[in-house]
Design a protein around this ligand. Structure first.
Ligand SMILES: [Zn+2]
Length: 219
């Protein structure tokens, strides 16, 4: 902590990012004590400038954030806190505080779609297509056709990917992998399984996600 640059009020901005989804959840401030407590307890803890006191994120709502790791930027004056949120992070009930998209004039407009990374954007897009009334939507066609059809496509695309891996160039491998991934995501939509839940399974298998306290103890 000695090299970190806290501002004249003894604070440093801390941006919380969902470790599984990459989504930026919120920004808050930490003083040295908030940071120490975060590192000690593995629960995101901040300093409230309006209430002038330390607060544990989610202490009243229950929407706490378990901390996996804290990173400082190159100037050591901003932190990223990698978290596993127990629920929505914004007091409005939205998962993230960042749902006001700026238009070209810099005016903020409230949007349905939160700021998120591409695969989650695609997941939302697929859900959107399911409801769309547009004439031509391949996604909607698949979802209406059901499990049998989607399963067929998945097997077909997996087979093409296997051939590409064995005999074709990397561009073809990427293209076939994209087809598999897309059809997989349509299948998940059909079953109402969230991409996040798939990633959670992968994480549990790889043992990622132990909070900072554990990491500190083993070092
Ligand atoms: Zn918020």
């Amino acid at each position: 902590m000695t090299t970190l640059k806290f501002d004249s009020k003894g604070l440093i901005p801390a941006i919380s990012q969902d470790q599984s989804t990459g989504q930026i959840r919120m920004m808050a401030w930490m003083n040295k004590e908030a940071l120490s407590r975060t590192l000690e307890t593995g629960v995101a803890t901040f300093f409230s400038r309006s209430r002038n006191k330390i607060w544990v994120k989610g202490e009243s709502s229950g929407n706490t954030m378990a901390v996996s790791a804290v990173y400082a930027d190159c100037d050591e004056d901003t932190l990223i806190v990698l978290v596993k949120p127990a629920g929505p992070s914004c007091h409005t009930g939205r998962p993230t505080c960042f749902f006001r998209r700026l238009d070209e004039n810099g005016e903020s407009v409230e949007t349905e779609a939160d700021a998120t990374s591409f695969l989650y954007f695609l997941e939302a897009e697929i859900a959107q297509r399911e409801k769309s009334t547009a004439d031509k939507s391949y996604t909607r066609y698949l979802l209406e056709a059901g499990a049998q059809k989607i399963g067929e496509k998945l097997r077909e695309e997996a087979d093409e990917l296997s051939v590409a891996i064995a005999t074709e160039d990397n561009g073809r491998v990427a293209s076939e992998a994209a087809d598999v991934l897309y059809h997989l995501m349509v299948a998940l939509r059909l079953r109402g399984v969230a991409l996040h839940d798939v990633i959670k399974v992968l994480e549990s298998r790889s043992g990622v996600g132990g909070h900072v306290e554990k990491a500190n103890r083993s070092s």
